[in-house]
Every structure is written in structure tokens, then in C-alpha cells.
Design a protein around this ligand. Structure first.
Ligand code: PEP
Length: 251
């Protein structure tokens, strides 16, 4: 049985005191609630250690927003998987569209990062998604297939089975435009079929495929009730404890 997983990507938001406040609020909001989803938060690197100490007595798990693919060395400004592990990260978001488009990350780099995450016992959350232009030109399926095949290159079936995939149409990220539940379901079903080809049916059926792109408390329930949508990767709406709580409680 696959799990619902709701992850909050804080992006470049919240200084240390704001991070402490948000995590404390979120813990209070979730305390005593029956949760049907795993909850992950991905604060900026500098806040990971503090946030990790604050969530130890809670259900919340820790992710990083990115990492480098090398073990260590002369990579000024970068962070390694081993460093993330040492401050409590169990997950890492890889291949977010902002990393691909703003920072020039290629499918090849992302694939190396996926391998490096597994080598350090960190679960990758691999993002994929098409731009508006690609969708309008009928290329969405082709783009997503390319990103997933490249991202999963040379992985073992068991590793594929231990990943999280996040479908995030670029045109829906931070824009307030959400894919309709039907549009999102169509892509999620396509991704699951592709994962079946890349692994096997049982493995693919157990993989959590999150939707991301302007998920808010008022649209989460409908999106998450689609058969192949198993969670959400949330940007803007995770920056307030009550709206993130409402999304978590919508499954
Ligand atoms: C994201 O960046 O992963 C995201 C989905 O952002 P938002 O929810 O703000 O669209």
C-alpha cells in the first residue's frame, strides 16, 4: 500500500527565528490530530539542524531542498548528502524546476544526485514537470517521460520503489493556477505506467507520486482524492502553519 506524503518546500524563506516559530506552530497545529499522511518539511540549509532538534518529538520529518552529487571537495557553496544526513535529513528534493531553470541543473546532474542520495540513505523526492509552452505544444508527456527516465537511470528496482516522485507543472508553481484534478490525474497515471515499465507493476503501485503547483487548503482535497495522486509538494501554502495543517488534514 502506498503512503500519502505531504511535503512543504520552504524555498528561500524564513530566517532562524522565523523557522523556529513556524515549526513550533506546526507542531501545535498537528498535535493530537489523526494523520493519514506522512509530513515532511524542507527548510533552508542553515535551519536544518535547529529544525531537526525541534521536530524530534513529533511526526514531522526533515528534507533538504537540494544537495551536491559529490562526496566532498572543492565545490564552494555546495552541501553534501553526508552533511544532510548528519543533521537529520531523511529526504531531499531533487530536480525542482527552480533548480533546473534558474540554476541550470541537467537531467544528468539530477541523476547523479539521486544515486548519491541513495548511497547516503536519503530518500529522493524527484521533481518533474512541463512548462506552459511545452504543454501547449502537446509535449507534456514527452518531457515528463524524458525527465523520469533520465532521473532514474541505472537505479535498481528496489531503489525506484523507495523514491518519491513529484509532478509539478511549471505553469502551476507559485502562480495560483492549479492543474485541474483531471489534468493532474492524467499525468500521474502516465507516470505510474512509466514507472511500471521501469520497474514492475507491484513496485510502481507502491510509489508515492505527489502533485505540486499552487496546492492550497481549498483545492487539496479534490486533488488528493484522485486515484494516482498520493500526496502534495507544497510551496507557498506551507509557510503558514494553519494552511499547511489544513492540507495535511485533507487526506
Ligand atoms: C513548489 O515550489 O514545489 C510549489 C509547488 O510551490 P507552490 O505551492 O507555491 O506553487
Amino acid at each position: 500500500m502506498r503512503k500519502y506524503i505531504i511535503a512543504g518546500n520552504w524555498k528561500m524563506n524564513k530566517n532562524l527565528s522565523e523557522a523556529i516559530q513556524l515549526v513550533s506552530d506546526l507542531k501545535n497545529e498537528l498535535a493530537g490530530k489523526t494523520l493519514n499522511a506522512d509530513v515532511i518539511i524542507a527548510p533552508p540549509f542553515v535551519n536544518l539542524e535547529t529544525v531537526n532538534s525541534l521536530i524530534k518529538d513529533s511526526v514531522i520529518k526533515l528534507a533538504a531542498q537540494n544537495m551536491h552529487f559529490a562526496d566532498s571537495g572543492a565545490f564552494t557553496g555546495e552541501i553534501s548528502a553526508q552533511m544532510l544526513k548528519s543533521v537529520g535529513c531523511e529526504y531531499v528534493i531533487l530536480g525542482h524546476s527552480e533548480r533546473r531553470t534558474i540554476f541550470g541543473e541537467t537531467d544528468e546532474m539530477i541523476n547523479k544526485k539521486v544515486h548519491q542520495a541513495f548511497a547516503n540513505n536519503i530518500t529522493p523526492i524527484l521533481c518533474c514537470g512541463e512548462s506552459l509552452e511545452e504543454r501547449e505544444n502537446g509535449k507534456a508527456f514527452e518531457i515528463i517521460e524524458g525527465q523520469i527516465k533520465a532521473g532514474l537511470k541505472d537505479l535498481e528496482t528496489t531503489q525506484i520503489g523507495n523514491m518519491i516522485i513529484a509532478y509539478e507543472p511549471i505553469w502551476a508553481i507559485g502562480t495560483g493556477k492549479t492543474a485541474s484534478p483531471e489534468q493532474a490525474q492524467e499525468i500521474h497515471a502516465f507516470i505510474r505506467k512509466l514507472l511500471t515499465e521501469l520497474s514492475n507493476e507491484e513496485t510502481a503501485n507502491n510509489i508515492t507520486i505527489q502533485y505540486g503547483g499552487s496546492v492550497k487548503p481549498n483545492n487539496a482535497k479534490e486533488l488528493l482524492s484522485q486515484p494516482d495522486i498520493d500526496g502534495a509538494l507544497v510551496g507557498g501554502a506551507c509557510l503558514k502553519a494553519d494552511s499547511f495543517r489544513d492540507i495535511v488534514l485533507s487526506v
